[in-house]
Write a new protein. Structure first.
Length: 77
């Protein structure tokens, strides 16, 4: 075990991370990564560009997804 092996994030922990990359967000939502980029560029999915790369908060994706399923329950729409 070298000093850098501790810096690696095990794949099992990716699902519990708060901030997701586009690839992680696509896996989390079970869609293609191109769909994530398209939705983000159109402003239809909550995300931010950080240093030129998209990042997504897991709880914001959960809220967005639940609103998409049932918009009247969250007081929106």
């Amino acid at each position: 075990m070298n000093k850098y092996s501790e810096l690696r994030i095990p794949k099992s922990e990716i699902r519990v991370r708060e901030i997701l990359t586009p690839r992680e967000a696509a896996e989390y939502l079970s869609v293609h990564v191109r769909t994530i980029y398209r939705l983000a560029k159109q402003g239809e999915i909550p995300g931010r560009k950080v240093g030129g790369s998209w990042r997504f908060k897991k709880d914001a994706l959960d809220e967005w997804l639940s609103w998409k399923v049932n918009p009247s329950s969250n007081g929106k729409g």
